[in-house]
Design a protein around this ligand. Sequence first.
Ligand code: SF4
Length: 362
Amino acid sequence: MPYDTAVSEAWPVGTVTRAPAPDLADYDVISVNLSGGGDSFAAVHELMGAAQAAGVADRVWTFHATLGPADWPDVHDGAGRLHPGAAGMAAAQSLFCGVPAGRHLVGTKLTTGPEPVVYDLLTYTAAYGRFPRLGTRYCTRQFKEAVEEAAFTPVINQLKVTLGLAGAPTAVKLRRPVRRLKVLGLRAEESRARAERPAYRHVHRNGVRHVDEWSPVKAWTKDDVRALHARTGMPHHWTYDSRPGANDWLGTSRCSCSLCFLSARRDLLLGAARRPRYAALIARVEQVRGDTFRPDWSMAQLIEESKRPGAPEPGIVLADETPEFAHLERQVALALAQPPRRLPHLAARLPVLGDGCAATCC
Ligand code: SF4
């Protein structure tokens, strides 16, 4: 474990457990954010081991925020074997670690109005007029964190009654807030910001909920995560491989949105080559809105570079000929036909020095 986390692991302030790590029995509900990636699997595996030892495994829930066409989808390899996409992997990881299917929640952002439909991230970007940046990371806030909070609201409401904290699920005056521990697959090795983020910290409290956060695999290395997959036999997401089924970890370094503005350049070149139709749609939004996917690299440039000699071999090229993708294309075209909600000039000057998806899911 090469990372000395001693400095950032000082006694936490405001947490339910008054110690550097949580006592799981102190919490009413324990939720694990799953992206379908390797770090998420490590987190839920560690958490469930600790929860079983503490006799509170029945308090564990898992959650996956799906971003629809922005996620890596299910694919088949040359032998016809199915390799699940992000949502399928998240569900499989949860089940593998002993969380019953009924306690795995999946959420997605919907439009408002009388007949809500799925609101794709790229459609939102096209309507907004700017791509996400560190200072305006609406993708994480609106498509993951807000969706997660909404997904757990019924769980929290039910606990108010079953724990005897209030007489009705909708009550806002409780004997004490419902205590929730949010478990993330953050690792210090990934970035300085993650290394400095305490493994256990208090994040939010009001009259109804008290939320603390725990990253049980913060000190793990990438090799630790790979070794866990090998030891347990749990397959990893196909995008980590040079091609689906290769099992060589020579594909993308992260399993996040298939084209994430925080990704490393090699991952973006692989993403553009693996999903040319999606990359072209992003480039179309760039062209119409006058903003670029990142301040330093446009998607149009990445597409060009992904075709040059020496660019990483994609291993698979997705056709993206699904009804969901066709819907996305129509919605993006409709959004681009309207004036943007924000002008792009400010966003284009903001730097990209991210710590990965703050929802962590990625
Ligand atoms: S993976 Fe990247 S693009 Fe997707 S929500 Fe997270 S930060 Fe945003």
